[in-house]
Structure formats: C-alpha cells, structure tokens
Design a protein. Sequence first.
Length: 176
Amino acid sequence: MTAVNIRPESVETPAPEVRVALKPFSLNPGMVNGAWWPRSRDLTRELPGLVAVLDRSWGEIHRVTVNVRMWPRIPRKVRTGAHTVRLGWFDAEQDPHDLCLISHTSVPGRWDLLVVPPDTSPERAARLMAAASEVGNMQTASALLASSMDAPSDPAWDRARVRDWESEGGLTPAMR
C-alpha cells in the first residue's frame, strides 16, 4: 500500500485527508490499482482532494469516469484546485464500484480504483483497501467488495460461529 490518509496540498480550501491506498507499480496490475474511501457520495466535494493527491503520484488527471448507480449527482466538470477534470458516466459498461482516472501526460494513462462506499465500517474499509492495493490481486472492484462481505469483521462473531459449529457436532473428540 503506497498511500493512506494523504492531505492534498493544491486544493484551495483546507480539505480532509484523502483516504486512498495505491498498488506499487507492477507489470500486471490487475483490475484495480488501489482503493479510495470517500466520506460522501458528493463528487464535487470528494474528487478534488483525490485528484490533487493522484496528480502528484500519477501525473495530471484529465478525465474521470464513474458508474451512475454509485453517485446521485455527476457534474460534467470538477475544479480540482490546479485544473479542471472532466467527468463521464456509464451504467452497464463500468463496474459500479470502479472509479476510472485518465491522464494524457503519463504512462500508463489509465488507473482504476475500487470505491469503498462511504458508509463502510472502518474495519471493513481497511480490509478492502489492503486487498485492492495488494500486488497480485486480480479481482474486479465489485468482486473485492463482495468478497469482503464473507470475511468476519468481528473476532467475537467468528468465535461465536465456531462455538455454534462445535455445539452442532462440527468438532469431533479426535479433533480437539
């Protein structure tokens, strides 16, 4: 994981830290290059800080595409402090939990981030961001999100499941 909780420098007004985790460079980056955990579903408010951080890491971002199901309002352009980014939107053509960023000045010129839903618990968000930024991970954004639903977020809950399993005959005396 390259970056988490980075304060953007080029945004004109003080902004909260950007919650982003990026994969290190890889010849085979997989379906996502990391994850972003916005605080709301307001692209006008959330995107400038992310773009300011990524401009320093990846080169100037010119265009962002999102899925219409994830964001209630999608502006055509967003001012990021240093420049303006054009936004595009898709429905079936783009994974609902994917944010695609495009730069005309760097190679590669396209990056995809898993968008962790704003209302996600901190524990689950941390797992998602770690998985999305892991080199070798080949899952899509939606597959990562779905797989995190299977992982227990609370160790006490997991212990309770094991106790239930044992009480129903899941653990034989030879296994104890």
